[in-house]
Design a protein around this ligand. Structure first.
Ligand code: 26Q
Length: 802
């Protein structure tokens, strides 16, 4: 690939200087770093904006089918470096800045993460924006402009505390506000209806209006003409409540404004767990109504009608969180456009597709019917009609009995079940890994699978590989460019060419050197931020993900505790030194998750206070794990811990980022781990533990965790220590949960986990053998690029390549 950068160093320098002079009115001679950061971002944003004009005009001229990705979360991280790399102006910009006496790394560091997401689901949406732009699809993402993103995590005395993430001061340079595209959204009120001259009339009255104001972010494709737009809605009150104001009630008038604007105030920090909070429901409808209004307006501008809406638009909903877009589009078609129910339903079912991201019962969204009806009276009516017609169909066409109908309908037991609505209304339902897509068909949505088998599909997740390799791991990038060229940048499966170097000693040696440099870079960061000097000759064993019992960080921690006790008993043993690195935020209200963080930190301190052990065994807890920290961490990792109970992790995507950077997966046969194993070969992955059928069999038979405790001295000793205390800190809740309940079968998999950990250490002794495995992992990781996932969606779900 030899693509000429579109701007020279001189041109970029001139653009920066013009920005200072004309837009910012600052003398560049005396500009601060922050001012330079702003100028640089503005220049970049203007380049993106110009490219977008050309790209949109082209798409509209060819009447291209549009893709809309609706998600309550987009975990974007930083934009500057990504934009410069994707636009291929990174070198020119570095040069331009250096002539102005500015270090570009310093500029990158000034940018806050756009943390508008919790974890996997939000980061996936961000990775897909990159891939859709790279593939030159006419795509838009829609979400909410949260004023506060995912909370900042501080660990104080081992306990997680949260502080607000006020990201806009440094983040808003990327946002282009579009006031003329503002949309009014109605909440509450009543529906009045009746008959007059044989016509049914209906009126929504006494509602409150909140405005949705779009703020756009532009995401460039990698060396392509594509730009994806991320449209983020900000809630704005319609101004004063004039009535209160006129009564002289200035304070109440202001209060009403702040209630409306609370809608886009903060991201809910729950991951894989729903609480039926009214404000969350408001957020969801706010996103859906604003986006549907925008999408239909755009369509009418192009075609003058919605008759062909279903052929020209694909709307993907990222989990059930934006499911209200379905009844909202029905509302627009029925009430605003006067279409029949049948025609409206036909348009809706052609347009919508749903991605499921979890099989955990506590994450399935349900809303109380009363709350729902009072907040969204017209939407509730439409859902009632969808429900009524679906029940009728089940009864008349399929002769289902009431028991089956009750399980499958939308409204039941005074609740609105969002997943049921999504499956009924969408033409496609997909899981995010082969295993998970199968589980959906076998269990969670089995009833629907029997009726509509053609709806069920799989799209295995993918990642923005370039962000975690090309932009974050310059050492490995250099080695790949020298050995296999640069075709992989635009076509990740070409990484397979790297396997041709598996027996090249000089390549293996360079691979080891690169890893060592990256470990050193991470060690410097750890020293600076926590004062701990890690041993860079030790294995870097990494578990980074949201804290959740099903992900089993406590299995990892229990094993470390066991290793510690063993080292105390065998001080002279030949032991491969290990550094266990954790990064994890717990949902603020998730008690046991916070206990587990405290457990990990207590264990860390206990080991750190023991000079006889700490050079062999060490724990690092990375505070406030984020997209930006992951970019530093992935290149330095050697073991990738993916140890969820089989059948619980829908896919995982961190597993892919770690593999891409040469870490070896130590994991269960869960989510995408299974496919990672298929791609890399069983000899290059460390699987352990029960399979999904074995888990189900054990559950059916009646799982008794105490049996495992009684059989295994190491387990009993470790769990007893949790109750009696480490460093004076007791963890009775974790201990009792494991002993008497153990919902995620930590004890059942403990022995297998210990054995595979020992196996990993043994393999590491063979340095060349380890590097070879690492090389094979890199070479096999191309399949997990988001470019491939997006091609799958485009072909199998969106019908774009017809
Ligand atoms: C729902 C209702 C109310 C408040 C919050 C929520 C909520 C928020 C976030 C529910 C779930 C989530 C996040 C789920 C998630 O991140 N799932 C992960 O998705 C990844 C991308 O597909 C998968 O790789 C992970 O396996 C899956 O856990």
């Amino acid at each position: 690939m030899n693509i000429k950068p579109p701007f020279t160093k001189e041109k970029l320098k001139q653009l920066i200087l013009l920005t200072f002079q004309n837009d910012m009115l600052i003398d560049p001679e005396h500009a601060s770093d922050e001012a330079y950061y702003e100028a640089l971002c503005r220049v970049t944003r203007d380049i993106l904006s110009e490219k977008l004009q050309v790209f949109s005009a082209h798409n509209n001229a060819r009447a291209a089918k549009k893709v809309y990705y609706l998600s309550m979360e987009f975990l974007m991280g930083r934009s500057l470096k990504n934009s410069l790399y994707n636009l291929n102006i990174q070198e020119a910009m570095t040069g331009a800045l250096s002539e102005l006496g500015v270090d570009i790394e310093k500029m990158y560091a000034l940018e806050p993460d756009a943390g508008l997401g919790n974890g996997g689901l939000g980061r996936l949406a961000a990775c897909y924006m990159d891939a859709m732009a790279t593939e030159e699809l006419p795509a838009m993402g829609y979400s909410i402009l949260y004023e506060f993103g995912i909370f900042k995590q501080n660990i104080i005395d081992g306990w997680q505390t949260e502080t607000p993430d006020y990201w806009l001061p440094g983040g808003s340079v990327w946002l282009k506000v579009k006031p003329d595209r503002t949309v009014p959204i109605r909440f509450g009120g009543r529906i009045e209806e009746g008959w007059e001259n044989g016509h049914h009339w209906m009126n929504h009255v006494d509602y409150q209006t909140v405005y949705a104001v779009p703020h756009d972010m532009y995401v460039p494709g990698f060396r392509s003409d594509g730009i994806a737009i991320l449209r983020l809605w900000k809630a704005q009150s319609p101004g004063f409540d004039m009535e209160s104001f006129n009564r002289g009630d200035y304070v109440n008038a202001m209060g009403a404004a702040s209630v409306s604007e609370a809608i886009s105030k903060v991201l809910y920090p729950n991951d894989n767990h729903q609480q039926g909070k009214m404000l969350r429901l408001k957020q969801q409808y706010f996103l859906c109504a604003a986006s549907i209004s925008d999408i239909t307006r755009r369509h009418i501008t192009l075609y003058g009608t919605l008759d062909n809406f279903g052929e020209k638009n694909a709307i993907q909903i990222n989990d059930t969180h934006p499911t209200l877009a379905i009844p909202e589009l029905m509302r627009v078609l029925l009430d605003d456009c006067g279409y029949s129910w049948e025609k409206s339903w036909d348009i809706v079912t052609r347009s919508f597709a749903y991605t499921n991201h979890t099989v955990m019962a506590e994450a399935l969204e349900k809303w109380g019917a009363d709350v729902f009806r009072s907040l969204l009276p017209r939407i509730y009516q439409i859902i009632q009609e969808i429900d009524r017609r679906f029940c009728e169909e089940l009864q008349q066409k399929y002769h289902y009995d009431q028991y089956d109908i009750d399980r499958m309908r939308v409204l039941y037991d005074f609740q609105v079940r969002m997943a049921n609505l999504a499956v009924i209304a969408c033409h496609s339902v997909n899981g995010v890994s082969k295993l998970h897509s199968q589980i959906i068909k076998d269990s969670v949505f089995h009833d629907y699978y029997r009726l509509f088998p053609y709806k069920f599909k799989n799209v295995t997740n993918g990642i923005a590989s370039r962000r975690w390799l090309y932009q974050s791991n310059p050492g490995l990038t250099g080695l790949l460019l020298d050995t296999i060229g640069d075709g992989w940048l635009r076509d990740m499966p070409q990484l397979s060419k790297f396997s041709g170097f598996a027996d090249d000693q000089s390549v293996l040696a360079r691979l080891a050197e690169v890893k060592q440099e990256n470990k050193k870079r991470l060690a410097d960061y750890v020293l600076e931020t926590s004062g701990i000097a890690v041993n860079t000759a030790s294995i870097f064993d990494v578990q980074v993900k949201r804290l959740h019992e099903y992900k089993r960080q406590h299995l990892n921690a229990l094993h470390i505790l066991t290793e510690y006790l063993w080292l105390k008993d065998h001080p002279d043993a030949d032991f491969i030194p290990k550094t266990y690195i954790f990064g994890a935020k717990a949902a603020p209200g998730y008690f046991l998750a916070k206990q587990i963080i405290k457990f990990i930190c207590t264990l860390r301190d206990m080991i750190e206070n023991d000079p006889a052990v700490r050079e062999k065994l060490r724990i690092v807890f990375l505070e406030n794990y984020s997209v930006t920290i992951s970019e530093l961490l992935m290149p330095a990792s050697e073991i990738s811990e993916q140890i969820s109970l089989a059948g619980t992790e829908a896919s995982g995507t961190g597993n892919m980022k770690l593999m891409l950077n040469g870490a070896i997966t130590l994991g269960t046969l869960d989510g995408a781990n299974v496919e990672i194993g298929e791609c890399v070969g069983r000899e290059n992955i460390l699987f352990f533990g029960m399979t999904t059928p074995e888990v189900n069999a054990l559950k059916a038979q009646g799982y008794v965790p105490a049996d495992y405790c009684n059989k295994d001295d190491r387990l009993r000793r470790a769990i007893d220590l949790l109750s009696s205390g480490l460093e004076g800190q007791q963890f009775p809740d974790i201990a009792n949960s494991l002993r008497y309940n153990d919902p995620y079968m930590v004890l059942a998999d403990f022995d297998a986990y210990c054995r595979v950990q020992a196996q990993a250490s043994d393999l590491y002794r063979d340095t060349i053998g380890w590097q070879k495995k690492s090389l094979y992992n890199i070479a096999a990781s191309g399949y997990f690029c988001a470019d491939r996932s997006i091609q799958d969606y485009a072909r199998d779900i969106w019908g774009l390549y017809k």
